[in-house]
Design a protein around this ligand. Structure first.
Ligand SMILES: Nc1ncnc2c1ncn2[C@@H]1O[C@H](COP(=O)(O)OP(=O)(O)O)[C@@H](O)[C@H]1O
Ligand SMILES: [Mg+2]
Length: 244
């Protein structure tokens, strides 16, 4: 379980998150929906302990990580896989090397165990035959699947996705969303995905928190979003804007 408690975050003088509280339960797909620049990527960084809040707490499995030092954060981060918006693949490494890089760096595993895990992720991602290719030879959807494989290789409990479908064509988007739901069904994996695309929320989210002007203005089951009377939510629903 990941929890933000009364988190306030500023960049310089600029207030980004104003006493934000939110819970991500295990084995749940939680969306954080909000317009561009509202602080969605910032929330992911807070959950990983990559940045510290100005006030409030971040808890992972009931452990307050707010003031943990870097080395104590490593085992916490291993509970969470991260898929960055731009995938953050290494251009000069093959697909297999990309998938195994952090595993090799961070865990003392025998080579054959690393190879077994890479092969498992290659299969899951449907990338057989691409093991020795460079990322530049892959489509956007395939690169995203490599990034997901690299996150899964640590056997995390939850995966954090920053705008998982941004920039993908509709077919690739649906595939990625399908992967997120199938991970939950088959591996009991929870997910947090931050997005500005409402359709993705309705497609796969169990719960959604809507972030607007530094505050959570809705937090609950995705199918209850239409019950909100907040003007911003009413406007995005009535205008049927797909991206906000
Ligand atoms: N390291 C930083 N220093 C200063 N401002 C930042 C930094 N990172 C993000 N911002 C600003 O904070 C706001 C929220 O950023 P971000 O979390 O990336 O938003 P989102 O992911 O919702 O688009 C934006 O206005 C952005 O320009
Ligand atoms: Mg962002």
């Amino acid at each position: 379980m990941i929890e933000l408690r009364n988190v306030t975050l500023k960049y310089g003088e600029k207030l980004i998150l104003d006493k934000v509280s939110m819970t991500v339960r295990d084995n749940t797909i939680k969306a954080v929906l909000g317009p561009s620049g509202v602080g969605k990527s910032t929330i992911i960084k807070l959950m990983l302990g990559l940045i510290k809040p100005n006030s409030g707490q971040v808890l992972v499995d009931s452990v307050d990580i707010t003031h943990l030092k870097e080395t104590d954060l490593y085992p916490i981060r291993r509970k969470m896989g991260i898929v960055f918006q731009g995938n953050a693949l290494f251009d000069s490494m093959t697909i297999s090397q990309n998938m195994s890089f952090f595993l090799r760096e961070n865990m003392q595993l025998p080579d054959d165990e690393i190879e077994r895990r890479v092969a498992e992720q290659i299969r899951f991602a449907g990338l057989e035959g691409y093991e020795d290719q460079l990322p530049e030879n892959l489509s956007g959807g395939m690169k995203k699947r490599v990034a997901i494989g690299r996150a899964l290789i640590f056997n995390p409990k939850t995966i954090l996705f920053d705008e998982p479908t941004a920039g993908l064509d509709p077919v690739s988007s649906r595939k990625i969303l399908h992967i997120i739901t199938s991970l939950k069904k088959s591996n009991n994996l929870g997910a947090v995905f931050v997005t500005h695309i409402i359709d993705d929320v309705f497609a796969i989210a169990d719960e959604v928190a809507v972030l607007y002007q530094g505050k959570i203005i809705f937090d609950g089951p995705a199918d209850k979003l239409h019950e909100s009377d907040h003007p911003f939510i009413c406007s995005i629903l009535s205008d049927k804007i797909l991206e906000i």
